[in-house]
Design a protein around this ligand. Structure first.
Ligand code: NI
Length: 175
């Protein structure tokens, strides 16, 4: 059972962000409440996607909304992603790594199979920003963050901000 009241924006280096998330075996009201909460967190922090671990829950679920609105936020449960197209490089950020940006290589296209909140199978082909969001969020479910994919130079550039985040985490983790 998920305590949705306790779900909140989770930042690096919280362990849940670094672990592989578990599949959801039953889509019930607590999962629906979690999805609703995740949409709210995504909108509050002005993101275009949010994965379970970013709400502090190590389950394979993410929400995505290209324009950042709640109305257009769609829920993907137990997603399976297949990459295609060419490799494109673009700058990315992540709500769990505030104020840290870097170039990330991604596939230009992908297709995704997942379940919706009714447990129905959904299948989507994506390109452009949507394909990038899908890949970024699926990475989260495997414990991979953008900083893991940064170039050496970008990693050095992010070092000070990562140090601050670590200090912040150490100070607040028991709160
Ligand atoms: Ni992210």
């Amino acid at each position: 059972m998920i305590d949705v009241e306790k779900c909140k924006m989770t930042r690096w280096p919280s362990p849940v962000l670094l672990e592989k998330s578990k599949p959801i075996d039953k889509i019930d009201d607590s999962i629906r409440a979690l999805a609703e909460k995740m949409k709210d967190i995504m909108v509050e922090f002005k993101g275009v996607g949010l994965a379970g671990p970013q709400a502090g829950v190590g389950l394979r679920i993410f929400v995505a909304s290209e324009d950042g609105t709640k109305e257009n936020a769609k829920v993907y449960i137990n997603p399976e992603i297949v990459l295609s197209g060419s490799i494109v490089t673009n700058e990315e950020g992540c709500l769990s790594l505030p104020n840290i940006y870097g170039n990330i290589h991604r596939s230009s296209k992908c297709s995704i199979k997942a379940l919706d909140l009714e447990g129905k199978e959904i299948s989507e082909n994506a390109e452009g920003l949507r394909a990038r969001i899908f890949q970024h969020e699926c990475d989260h479910l495997d414990g991979t963050l953008i900083a893991d994919k940064f170039s050496t130079v970008a990693k050095i550039g992010a070092r000070r901000k990562l140090k601050q985040l670590r200090e912040n985490y150490e100070q607040h983790k028991d709160a």
